[in-house]
Each structure stands twice: as structure tokens, then as C-alpha cells.
Design a protein around this ligand. Structure first.
Ligand code: GLY
Length: 349
């Protein structure tokens, strides 16, 4: 992928004592030492086997007392076993309360590393360095950290904000196109519900050439939401647009990373967004973007099974489930739907 050389950009997540900077700059992994104290403490660098090893090494090389710990790539590492192994390794490295964990990788490394930081000695400092489009546009900020319990995603976790987030665009150069598009789907989500200018970037001939602007605008919108509702008591739920059906498809088709024939998270979210768009003109434009990017427009999943999964969704409350709908570009609405309306939403009637 071509990355335009742009000047650096910065956002600041304003959360009182938990505020932090989000640095967006090609090559910024090499500048970690400028943004956080790495001189007088142990630094545990967590990465996975799918991430080029030099990224974690670039971080570790700036820290006089550091270690790199590599977990197996894929969603399967967000489990109790690997979580325990990372904590054991942190203890063996002799870390105490003033030390630091740095995650270098995609959402799995960010979520797991964040949760290890949140729980080790009741909480230590955490720096997140997302290296995939998906983690750069979404999961790297906002403080949601978690692991899965079996097939139940993100069910054990904590809100734990990082001290700084380094978004290094250079790390995207090595990503396969399908991985890039996987992340772009989550950014498109943001454009649809909250930012028509971001949506417009996807209607250009080569959206991936605007990746810095896409990442920046996605994070800017998410930052605004998290600042108002850090713990998802209300409006943060809008970020789940496409996820209710998307998680159902993910469970049935299998998530890529766990299963080789599975779909990527962003692809499932993309499929989950389509039934939630109420404006037919917008739906048409969105489908055209999917076709241009190579995103799926049909799930190829057994709808009965998707329905069964949604009926047991952890966000379901009794006989109702909350879904986010989009009545028009840049708008969203939370609807509490009776379960009986789900089949129609899935096009089963
Ligand atoms: N990825 C959705 C959120 O952080 O709330």
C-alpha cells in the first residue's frame, strides 16, 4: 500500500486524570522514548508472531531494561491460558507497579496487553502501538481491554486507558490488502454514523491512498464519543453499529485468525451494517463502496444460526436487544428491538 508522507498529527483524549495523547506519524515507533518515560523502569514489550519482529525491537531498543514477549498470532491468544502466561512472564521479568507494558501489534495484542496492564499488581502503565488498520482506526483508543472465554468475545476485561497511543503509518506498508480493507470497514462504520467527510473519502477512487486522513478522522470521532461516555453507559454504544449482526456472522462463519475459512472482523461488521441502514440511497452508496473495496455484500452464513447467536448475545436484555440503526448519513439511533423482529432484520421473512 502507498502511504503518503504527511506531517505528524496529534489528538488528545480528554479524560481528566486519565487523559492521553494519540500521536499519528510515520516512523513514530522509533520515538516512543519522547512520549513516555522508558529510562528508569522495566519495559515489557508484547507482540505476536504475525507482526514483523522489528517493530517490537524498535521499541525495546529505546529502553535500557526491556524484554520482548511474543504470543501466537490470532484471536485464539485472547484467552485465559495466554493471559496467565503473559502475567507469569511479567512476574518473572521482575516488574513492579511503576513499570510499563507496551503492546505492539493489532487488536489481539492491544486488548490482551491492556488487560494484563489493568490487572497486574492492580494496574500498571500501558502504551499502545497499533500496527494494523483495524486497531489504528478503532480499538487502540478508548480503554476497552479484554480477553475471550471460549467463543464469548471480550467477556472478561477492564476499562484501562493507555498513557499514550503511537499510530505509526509505516507499519501498514507490509499489510496484505485484505487486512487493510478489514480495518477500512470499521472506519467506514464511523463515516456512516458520524462523519460524512470521512464517508466521502471512501467514495474516492482509491480510498487506501487517504489512509492517514481516514485513521485520523475515525479516531477523532471515537475520541469525541469516549470523552462523553467512557464506560459505555449511553452514546458509546453507537460504535457498536454493525456489530450485533456482525458478531453473529463472526460466530457462525468463524473469525479469520481462528479459522482459515473465516471472515475478518471488519468484513462481518460490514455485513452487519447493511440491514441497519434505513436510507435506501445511502445503502446503495455503501454497497458501491463495498464492491470497490472488495468487501462482502452477502454473509454466506446460515441465518438460523446467526439468529440463534443473536438471541443469546451478551448485550441482549430479556426479550429485547439494542441495535444501532442509521437513518441517514452521519446519524444514528439506538433501538431496543423485541427479539421477534430479528428474523425480519436478517431478511428471513
Ligand atoms: N470498539 C468500540 C468501542 O471501543 O467502544
Amino acid at each position: 500500500m502507498k502511504i503518503k508522507d504527511v506531517r505528524s498529527m496529534k489528538l488528545t483524549m480528554q479524560l481528566k486524570s486519565r487523559s492521553y495523547d494519540i500521536i499519528l506519524k510515520a516512523g513514530c515507533l522509533a520515538n516512543l522514548h519522547q512520549f513516555t518515560n522508558v529510562a528508569n523502569r522495566k519495559v515489557f514489550v508484547l507482540t505476536d508472531s504475525g507482526v514483523p519482529a522489528e517493530y517490537a525491537q524498535t521499541v525495546a531498543a529505546q529502553c535500557p531494561d526491556s524484554t520482548v514477549y511474543t504470543i501466537p498470532r490470532g484471536e485464539g491468544s485472547k484467552c485465559l491460558k495466554v493471559y496467565g502466561q503473559v502475567l507469569q512472564a511479567m512476574l518473572a521479568f521482575g516488574m513492579d507497579r511503576k513499570d510499563l507494558l507496551v503492546s505492539v501489534g493489532g487488536g489481539v495484542v492491544g486488548d490482551l496487553g491492556g488487560f494484563c496492564s489493568a490487572s497486574y499488581m492492580r494496574g500498571i502503565d500501558f502504551v499502545n502501538c497499533p500496527t494494523t488498520v483495524l486497531s489504528q482506526v478503532d480499538s487502540s483508543i478508548g480503554g476497552k481491554t479484554a480477553i475471550d472465554l471460549g467463543e464469548t468475545k471480550n467477556i472478561v476485561g477492564a476499562f484501562w486507558q493507555p498513557k499514550v497511543v503511537l499510530v505509526d503509518f509505516d507499519t501498514l506498508k507490509t499489510l496484505p490488502r485484505r487486512q487493510v480493507v478489514n480495518g477500512l470497514a470499521e472506519a467506514l462504520k464511523t463515516g456512516i454514523i458520524g462523519d460524512p467527510q470521512l464517508f466521502a473519502l471512501f467514495e474516492c477512487e482509491h480510498p487506501e491512498d487517504n489512509i492517514e486522513q481516514i485513521v485520523y478522522r475515525s479516531l477523532k470521532f471515537k475520541k469525541k464519543i469516549v470523552e462523553q461516555d467512557e464506560r459505555e453507559g449511553s452514546i458509546r454504544a453507537c460504535l457498536n453499529f454493525g456489530h450485533t449482526i456482525g458478531h453473529g456472522i463472526e460466530a457462525v462463519r468463524g473469525v479469520r485468525g481462528r479459522r482459515t475459512t473465516g471472515l475478518y472482523h471488519g468484513e462481518c461488521v460490514a455485513l452487519g451494517m447493511l440491514p441497519m441502514i434505513e436510507d435506501t440511497a445511502l445503502l446503495k452508496r455503501t454497497r458501491a463502496i463495498y464492491r470497490a473495496l472488495g468487501l462482502p455484500t452477502r454473509a454466506g452464513a446460515n441465518k438460523e444460526k446467526v439468529l440463534a447467536y443473536m438471541q443469546h448475545d451478551k448485550k441482549a436484555r430479556g426479550d429485547h436487544i439494542t441495535v444501532i440503526k442509521c437513518p441517514g448519513l452521519g446519524c444514528w439511533r439506538a433501538d431496543s428491538l423485541p427479539m421477534t423482529e430479528l428474523p425480519a432484520l436478517l431478511g428471513m421473512e
